[in-house]
Design a protein around this ligand. Structure first.
Ligand SMILES: Nc1nc2c(c(=O)[nH]1)N[C@H]1C(S)=C(S)[C@@H](COP(=O)(O)OP(=O)(O)OC[C@H]3O[C@@H](n4cnc5c(=O)[nH]c(N)nc54)[C@H](O)[C@@H]3O)O[C@H]1N2
Ligand SMILES: Nc1nc2c(c(=O)[nH]1)N[C@H]1C(S)=C(S)[C@@H](COP(=O)(O)OP(=O)(O)OC[C@H]3O[C@@H](n4cnc5c(=O)[nH]c(N)nc54)[C@H](O)[C@@H]3O)O[C@H]1N2
Ligand code: SF4
Ligand SMILES: [Mo]
Length: 766
């Protein structure tokens, strides 16, 4: 590929999207399966001498890639035809080739001197970093330091950081961006099944007759999952796709039924659907009698019965739900019918649910829809959250690299779990502190108050990605901040006292990633990092050694850390002890549980006969809970945390576009994507007209927290009363205006619902 991806193919974006078909959002077939479609024929031939098996660096779809090298340089990336993606990649997957060479790679350590960052040696930078931490620990104790990590780190890196801080330094202040992302899904799974992570797998897509896609723009954010949904639809056209989203996204455009819900009202909708299941006599009585228990949600607790649930649901008749969600009663009923009547229904969801103040309740209710109707544990029948980042699951959730957690599903709050980890880590009894640390947002709040004095931020850009950003940017300014990033400058390195240049993706490893379906897979190291950049694991090991903790951090290579963690996994329901590094480098990944080296991995959990950990002869063994039963929660719709007022009459919701990745440190530097708009505010024509706003006008979006200037994109693809923007642009940080209210269970912030005013940027109030 020459300079521009689109140019080199003589294609505009519009043509590209047309070319790849109406079904897909822009998937590009690059493996042999594609039979070299028209797009690929225009690709200039690239000489490759060796192909290396790897995994895409971007989303939680976790596509297998083949990385082509010529004389030791990465020159090509194509889809791996033997992986689950069957040779397909989206545009980001293909751009894996170019990301290592983007401008602004961080190549030297930097230290802040007299207010400016200046080049330093690794020795100076590490010494400064460790001195800053040691001073905080000596004067204020271990809870005055913190680690803020990422679902884009390899498993070995997150595992090591977690062990260092919790096991050696003695603080549970370990959290990361998965708190902004998957925390509500994890809380939903744990409180329903007693164990985190989805029970289903991608193969279920090939068998589902009804897809219930809610709060997920699958076509743009998990394009290859979306392709598989489209394949199913093509092979069985009666398959129905229901999409719940306030916007007519590329996903919603291909729905058979689109419910354009008012943001933050999903709890009412799911209750409404469940009431319809009861009315339609679609409840699976065998599930109710043998596999379910009922509990009161909303923080109240208490055991309930099925009759209590029916009583509770009676408060959600069609008309009331329709009023709350602003979706027609007819469409709600139709959605309930399609779901209940399907041979196998599969729900797919992501941030539209997780990023609400009632995110956990939303997750519990989607799980409940499946439990009540028996659409679970069969091919095609499953609740299935999509994981956002390439390793939020395996790296952070499974290793317990979160403030309340310990590895393998254990909890800080449990004395038994702490003792077990102390034994496995060969630590003295009492080494692990008994109080949970700060969750992501609270950690930055603590920096503002001076309670957290020093923090290591690795592989994430919180100065742009945290909600209520201005407040937490000031907090970062107060603290002693060590930032390990592959790029400099970023919004966060602006506040750094020390910047450590990091290797990324195929420059380090072999690293383990895990995607949405519990598949663990490996990325080998193929090239050297640029300049003086070092792998994150080396940085952590160096940091640990200088703090005097190399007696705890004894595994110091990617292979050794994996071997240690794999061995420990056998003592939990995460058992992946059969996944040796050799297997992961050789095979196209494996789904845990995988308890022995000859085990093929597990497609469907909790199903006796399929899941090696499930016991008995019944349909299910929900072994995460001592009674073996799953919990259906009774949850009520609560008013929004950030209520619309006369001053702030619109709901701002935020998200992503197909081509760009998060804070655009990497994708923003690719010339190929120069013409992709990320500074827009989507606004309905009626709302725009009422404010004298025309397409292309500069507008100010203001909330009680702050404001941002964007460019109006007037479109009926968004419902009236709601506006949308991405958080990709560092030039217009939308998070200055975004709500930082937390879900009380998961501590995930409500990025999807903020009350705002929108006015022409020149001044006149809307
Ligand atoms: N192209 C691209 N792909 C990505 C990423 C990226 O940055 N770029 N990031 C990855 C990561 S980390 C993540 S977490 C995922 C996110 O993947 P998605 O969750 O699919 O992406 P979002 O755009 O954040 O939000 C999804 C949809 O939720 C809708 N929504 C907003 N409010 C509500 C609501 O109250 N209820 C419902 N039902 N829907 C609502 C929005 O309109 C939006 O279309 O994407 C992953 N894939
Ligand atoms: N308004 C709004 N805000 C949101 C969201 C939303 O939907 N709306 N979504 C939230 C969600 S779901 C997520 S996941 C977060 C994502 O938010 P962030 O994690 O802050 O976003 P990224 O841009 O992915 O940041 C990753 C950083 O790591 C660097 N990097 C890349 N590879 C490596 C590596 O191997 N090592 C190191 N050390 N650095 C590396 C990149 O240059 C980049 O600076 O944003 C959250 N913020
Ligand atoms: S769908 Fe996700 S994992 Fe697959 S190529 Fe695209 S960004 Fe990469
Ligand atoms: Mo995410």
């Amino acid at each position: 590929m020459s300079d521009s991806f689109f140019e080199s193919h003589d294609l505009t974006r519009r043509e590209l999207l047309k070319l790849v078909g109406t079904a897909s959002a822009g998937t590009i077939l690059t493996g042999a399966l594609s039979g070299c479609g028209p797009l690929w024929e225009r690709q200039p031939a690239i000489d490759v001498d060796t192909w290396h098996k790897g995994v895409c660096r971007f989303c939680g779809t976790g596509c297998g890639v083949q990385i082509g090298t010529q004389d030791g340089e990465i020159v090509d990336v194509k889809g791996d035809q033997y992986a689950h993606n069957r040779g397909r990649l989206c545009v980001k997957g293909i751009l894996n080739r170019d990301i290592l060479k983007v401008e602004d790679r961080a190549v030297h350590p930097l230290i802040r001197k007299n207010g400016t960052l200046q080049q330093a040696s690794w020795e100076e930078a590490m010494r400064r970093a460790v001195d800053g931490f040691q001073e905080a620990i000596d004067t204020r104790g271990p809870d005055s330091v913190a680690f803020y990590g990422s679902g884009q780190l390899y498993t070995q890196e997150s595992y090591t950081a977690n062990k260092l801080f919790k096991g050696a330094i003695g603080t549970n202040n370990v959290d990361g961006n998965p708190r902004l992302c998957m925390a509500s899904a994890a809380a939903g799974y744990i409180s329903t099944f007693g164990a985190d992570e989805p029970m289903g797998c991608y193969e279920d897509i090939d068998h589902a007759d009804c897809f219930f896609i809610t709060g997920s723009n699958t076509a743009e954010c998990h394009p290859i999952v979306w392709d598989r949904v489209q394949d199913r639809k093509e092979s069985r056209p009666e398959t129905t796709i229901i999409v719940v989203d306030p916007r007519k996204t590329r996903t919603a455009r291909h729905a058979d039924l689109h419910l354009p819900i008012t943001p933050g009202t999903d709890v009412a909708l799911y209750n409404g659907l469940m009431r319809q299941f009861v009315e339609m006599d679609a409840v699976d009585q065998d599930m109710v009698e043998n596999y379910l228990t009922f509990q009161q949600g909303g923080g109240e607790g208490g055991t309930r019965t099925y009759d209590d649930l029916v009583q509770h649901l009676s408060r959600y008749p069609l008309e009331r739900v329709s009023d709350i969600c602003e979706v027609s009663p007819r469409n709600i009923r139709e959605a309930a019918f399609q779901f209940a009547d399907a041979g196998a229904a599969m729900s797919i969801w992501t941030m539209g649910l997780n990023q609400q103040a009632q995110g956990t309740a939303c997750n519990r209710l989607v799980n409940a829809m499946h439990l009540l109707t028996g659409h679970i544990g069969r091919p095609g029948a499953t609740p299935f959250s999509l994981t956002g980042q390439p390793n939020a699951g395996g790296g952070v959730r499974d290793t317990g690299a979160l403030a309340h957690a310990l590895p393998g599903g254990r909890k800080v709050a449990s004395a038994e779990d702490r003792r077990e980890m102390e034994k496995l880590w060969e630590l003295e009894e009492g080494s692990i502190d008994d109080s949970p640390g700060y969750d992501a947002v609270s950690m930055f709040g603590a920096m503002g108050r001076g309670d957290v004095q020093a923090a290591l931020v690795m592989c994430t850009n919180p100065a742009q990605s945290l909600p209520n950003a201005e407040q937490y940017r000031q907090a970062m300014d107060e603290a002693f901040l060590v930032v390990a990033d592959a790029i400099h400058p970023t919004e966060t390195t602006k506040f750094a006292d020390v910047v450590l240049p990091a290797a990324m993706w195929a420059e380090k490893g072999p690293g383990i990633f895990s995607q949405s379906e519990r598949r663990y897979h490996a990325v080998p190291q193929i090239v050297d990092p640029p300049g003086e950049a070092r792998p994150d694991l080396d940085i952590l090991v160096d940091f640990a050694t200088r703090l005097g903790h190399d007696d705890v951090i004894t595994a110091q290579t990617y292979e050794d850390v994996w071997a240690e963690w794999r061995k420990i996994s056998q003592y939990s329901y995460y058992d992946f002890s059969g996944m040796t590094m050799e297997r992961l480098l050789e095979e196209r990944g494996l789904l845990w549980p995988c308890p022995s080296e000859d085990h093929p991995g597990t497609c469907r959990r909790y199903v006796p006969g399929e899941d090696p950990l499930a016991e008995g002869e019944g349909r299910f063994d929900f072994y995460g809970r001592s009674d073996g039963q799953a919990v259906v929660w009774l949850e009520d719709q609560e008013p929004p945390s950030d209520e619309r007022t006369d001053d702030f009459p619109l709901v701002l919701t935020t998200g992503r576009v197909y081509e760009h990745w998060h804070t655009a440190t990497i994708t923003g530097a690719l010339d190929q994507l120069d013409n992709i708009d990320i500074d827009f505010l989507a606004i309905n024509p009626a709302d725009a007209r009422a404010r004298g706003i025309a397409d292309g006008d500069r507008v100010e979006v203001e909330s009680t927290r702050g404001s941002v200037e964007l460019v109006a994109k007037v479109t009926s693809d968004i419902v009236s009363g709601v506006v949308f923007s991405t958080f990709h642009s560092p030039n217009h940080i939308v998070n200055r205006a975004v709500n930082d209210e937390l879900d009380p269970s998961s501590k995930q912030p409500e990025f999807k619902v903020s009350a705002v005013a929108v006015r022409p940027a020149s001044g006149a109030v809307s």
